[in-house]
Ligand binder design. Structure first.
Ligand SMILES: Cc1ncc(COP(=O)(O)O)c(C=O)c1O
Length: 361
């Protein structure tokens, strides 16, 4: 055997259904499908961003400059942190992988409060870490800070997600800082959805060597297909994350798109305001549909508990109407059947609501 035995038994990451697949399976035209699966930004990109991508495509035969100096300058302005505090990668997902590579030796302890984004456990397993999951008590959607700190003694890493995927809840800043100050572990705060809530601990990374913030261009900046992510950390950790990445991890077009997006931040803030407004409208509509229990969210998606229909049945009935949401039932730490719904455009949300009213009637 030439490969590591355990990898054969690892379950692949489940990215849910994609529009092309549902289109082919149910015979529905691709453009009729409403995709509320992946927490993407449903609004068009500004012209300037599209032009930057098209322009850069002409240079696709050339390597990107591995310093990514322009992107770092833009991110430094956007975050208010020095370029030395910034590390880049091909999406937040890849940064999480680099963080595991940087910190974890086999059997190192990693604390993961549940329910949360499944990639933390997946990536820690690839490093043969010993994972301590912390489950919420009773009806709670996240464990208490005391339980997390308790589990974190002797841990190398703690993975927090704020706002948390799939619940949409923000982890209290005071609680995060208690974990940072009260444990030896490095606390990783995944802020992929930060801009939808506006609350961040990024301003603390200069002060605490055991705090790393991870961010993405896939959500607020609408560049999921381009693959750009970054981490904010003390100079030492940011420098090491920079050192271990692939020198050309971000394509030329993706870098140019991200730089242009940072110059259009006002546009994205307006889009964000629309998404937040729609999220609240969607929450109120869902609350009034019998059998559905949505949870308040500070991200661009809503977690919904299904009180009287199995998620598999609801998913199938939504697919037949050309609507894709994510079935998150069975996610560790979530009890009962749940779906996660990305906030779409007003028209997409209307289609979802009318389908759900019909299905749940
Ligand atoms: C919490 C969280 N972190 C990270 C990611 C990955 O982001 P990226 O597209 O930048 O790799 C996602 C994507 O859905 C996410 O939900």
């Amino acid at each position: 055997m030439r490969y590591r035995l355990g990898l054969e038994y690892l379950e692949s990451y489940d990215a849910g259904e994609f529009p092309e697949d549902v289109s082919a399976r149910y015979g529905i035209a691709r453009e009729k499908i409403v995709n509320l699966n992946s927490n993407e930004n449903p609004y068009p990109l500004p012209e300037r961003v599209v032009e930057a991508i098209v322009e850069e495509a002409k240079l696709a035969s050339r390597y990107p400059n591995p310093s990514y100096a322009e992107l770092k300058r833009g991110l430094s302005r956007y975050t208010g942190l020095a370029e030395e505090n910034i590390a880049l990668a091909n999406g937040a997902g890849e940064l999480l992988s680099h963080i595991c590579t940087l910190f974890l030796e086999p059997l190192d302890r990693v604390v993961i409060p549940l329910p949360t984004y499944t990639m933390y456990a997946f990536l820690a397993m690839l490093r043969d870490a010993s994972i301590a999951f912390v489950e919420p008590a009773g009806e709670a959607l996240y464990p208490g800070v005391e339980e997390i700190i308790g589990a974190a003694s002797n841990a190398k890493l703690v993975f927090l997600c704020s706002p948390n995927n799939p619940t949409g809840a923000v982890v209290d800043e005071g609680d995060i800082m208690r974990m940072v100050e009260g444990t030896e572990a490095t606390v990783v705060v995944d802020e992929a959805y930060y801009e939808f809530c506006g609350r961040s601990v990024a301003d603390k990374v200069g002060e605490y060597e055991n705090l790393v913030v991870v961010r993405s261009f896939s959500k607020f900046f609408g560049l999921a297909g381009m693959r750009v992510g970054y981490a904010l950390a003390c100079e030492k950790i940011a420098g090491l994350l920079e050192k271990i990445r692939n020198p050309f991890c971000i394509s030329r077009a993706a870098e140019r798109a991200a730089v242009a997006a940072l110059q259009e931040v006002e546009y994205f803030r307006k889009v964000r305001d629309k998404i937040v407004q729609e999220r609240e409208r969607l929450f109120n509509e869902l609350k009034n549909i019998p059998g559905l229990k949505p949870y308040p969210s500070e991200a661009n998606f809503l977690l919904v508990k299904l009180l009287r229909m199995p998620a598999a049945e609801l998913m199938d009935r939504l697919y037949r109407r050309g609507i894709i949401v994510r079935n998150v039932s069975g996610l560790p730490g979530l009890r009962g059947d749940h779906v996660r719904i990305t906030v779409g455009t007003p028209e997409e949300n209307r289609r979802l609501i009318s389908a759900l009213r019909e299905i749940m009637a």
